[in-house]
Design a protein around this ligand. Structure first.
Ligand code: KIV
Length: 271
């Protein structure tokens, strides 16, 4: 059964229907107009303007330095390109954890200035007041549990999360809390596959995994990782669909060669 082919605009309701009908949800990141256009045209269901832009676009080591203004810039660029996919923009570190009023103000800025469809934030019980306040303004919210890159300094490593019982129980209880609050979906990052499957079975809302196994309701990857543009990052969960870094370097190298040898431009390439 496929919901996805006939859909002209993916909504949170469509995602819920996909889960209901057993159709897996595809999600990828994008941060700019040109890439977002290609990703949307290729039929991905959800485009995440992730705060991974901090790493991928700006070259920071972590997602912490990216600001709300930066996320809004990326969000605007992506929304302009997209006609079909649901666009979700990450609330960056420091814009929703302090208090729920600030969280609402940040989410409203994202919705007003980017015209995105939803926001995503990291955490469970600790941020539930912020989640409630954003939802009460009619803004769809996606949760993010498991490995939460914005808390990297608390954990110190990017290793698999919720391997022990206590952490797994907390993750399940946070996931239930987010569902009860009204989140339309949750991203689960880098957790045991068995736990991913369990959360997906326990909850009615779609669970999208990144390193959470095949038993969840959909998958998300960072676009630049799956295209092979980034080279340094090679976790087990990453499937590379292309080696674009080699192709790009090859094309640029050929261009440099042609300029140096005066082969470019030729007679047909000038006025
Ligand atoms: O920022 C991001 O790219 C993300 C994905 C890893 C889910 O949150």
């Amino acid at each position: 059964m496929s919901v996805h082919k006939e859909i002209r605009k993916v909504t949170t309701h469509v995602l819920s229907e996909m889960k209901h009908m057993g159709e897996k949800i595809s999600m990828l990141t994008a941060y700019d107009f040109s890439m977002a256009k290609l990703v949307d045209q290729a039929g991905v269901d959800v485009i995440l303007v992730g705060d991974s832009a901090s790493n991928v676009m700006a070259g920071h080591e972590t997602t912490l330095p990216i600001t709300l203004d930066h996320m809004i810039y990326h969000g605007k660029s992506v929304v302009k390109a997209v006609t079909r996919a649901l666009v979700v923009v990450d609330l960056p570190f420091g814009t929703y954890q302090g208090n729920s009023k600030e969280a609402l103000t940040s989410a409203i800025r994202i919705m007003k200035e980017t015209h995105a469809d939803a926001v995503k934030l990291e955490g469970g019980k600790e941020v539930i007041e912020s989640v409630n306040r954003i939802l009460s303004a009619g803004i769809p919210v996606m949760g993010h549990l498991g490995l939460m890159p914005q808390s990297i300094h608390k954990y110190g490593t990017y290793t698999v999360r919720a391997k022990d019982d206590e952490e797994a129980k907390k993750l399940i209880s946070d996931a239930k809390l987010l569902e009860e609050a009204g989140c339309f979906g949750i991203v689960l990052e880098k957790i045991p596959a068995e736990l991913g499957t369990k959360v997906s079975e326990l909850l009615k809302i779609p669970i999208i995994g990144i390193g959470a196994g095949g038993g969840v309701d959909g998958q998300v990857l960072v676009l630049h990782d799956m295209l092979g543009i980034t080279q340094e990052f090679s976790p087990r969960f990453l499937r590379r669909y292309h080696n674009l870094s080699a192709e790009i370097k090859g094309a640029v190298g050929a261009y440099v060669e042609d300029v140096k040898s005066k082969d470019f431009p030729n007679e047909k390439e000038q006025y």
